[in-house]
Design a protein around this ligand. Sequence first.
Ligand code: 6PG
Length: 476
Amino acid sequence: TKANIGVVGMAVMGSNLARNLAHHDYTVAVFNRTYARTQKLIAEHGNEGSFIPSEKIEDFVNSIATPRSIILMVKAGAPTDATIDELLPLLSPGDIIMDGGNSYFGDTIRREKAIAAKGFHFVGAGISGGETGALEGPSIMPGGSPESYKILGPMLETISAHYHGDPCCAWMGPNGAGHFVKMIHNGIEYSDMQVIGEAYELLRGVGLTNAECADVFAEWNKGDLDSYLIEITSIVLRQKDPRTGADLIDVIKDRAQMKGTGTWTVQTALELGVPTNGIAEAVFARAESSHDDLRAAARKYLAGPDGTVSVDDRTAFIEDVRKALWCSKVVSYAQGFDEIRTGGQEYDWNINVAEAAKIWRAGCIIRAKLLERIRQAYTDDPDLVSLMAASSVSAEMEANQSAWRRVVSKAAESGVPAPVFSATLAYYDMARAPRVNAALTQAMRDYFGSHTYERVDDHGHFHIEWTGDHSETRID
Ligand code: 6PG
């Protein structure tokens, strides 16, 4: 018998995905550049289902039923291109290559165009959920031709996570749409993680031990903040260092790494003109944490409070932090969804925003109780300008905003860096302000460069002779 599907790349994500497929009764062809890895999978997990291992890529391709579905789980960038180049001469018309890595959506657009021109399908699919997700059910965000989704979709939906019976996999749109949505998922992941870190630092600031912080996060996880990242935070904070017995968190270097998806989210947002300052601050916070020279010099020369947070009522302050965290989280998601909506229009993908929220409710790293509310909000109004404005969210934002302000003030006063808490609050205030300081920017631009301004009481563009006779000219 021939395989229903093939997987290339037997690192942990690829082998776990292959096992997941096999657990669902698919016969899975498996291939890895170094055959030993394939052999290892078969030796350790071969009895879990039906696998067809091949040492040569030709045999691998021939072992799959046509039209073939082949999932690539290799490193993003050059290794993905190299694998595609090896596969292409071996394919038959109508075969599908799916890239399940964290590829840049621009690469996916390019690859899809080139591969479609050769008569094959190329699907760029974001897969979230880490190693466990790949094995037990990830959230899958595929983009490509609708025809390819007819073939691949049922298999992907079967192996994906499910939320109350609904698969966490849906077609996001043509070519780069899937990887675009996954990119934004990761951008939100960055800001979610950063703001949790800011909350943690404030809790430490008022004197809570790591174990007490863990209890607070565990408690928060029972309410509106219920999410995977809050859940693992409480677990992480309880972990002891096997070497020293200290809290592991205190032994881990405070330098955050990143692999690019957060940066792409912000770069793309800048190109699209979508304000995503919460996500941007999260990316910059990782960068600043790893800027050793800057931090060493600043520690030496820059004065300020030491991060101790003094409050009259600790319990009340902790509750304020919870509310602030909820508000900042909503703004981060609002910014991410704004980017999905705008990108969807800009690239002609026609992305169904509610569907993206729907498939993030389980399986992925940013899965959270909030996502069901987001799905509902975009289902009720697909043209929703901002999540913040959804009636299900805005009332709670209003109720929580004074706590949010107290937290941002307290952080500033105590010297606790809280870039995402403060940036998202600034975004909220800027969005709701009747008038913002942009008029002064316009006036200065017109002053030094005749860049013109618009008037509140007339149409058109105007310029004034600032240093001359102060006469105003209508430009158009
Ligand atoms: C997921 C994650 C995953 C990502 C890691 C690391 O959805 O399963 O987003 O795809 O690779 O979170 O990302 P950074 O190394 O950039 O933090």
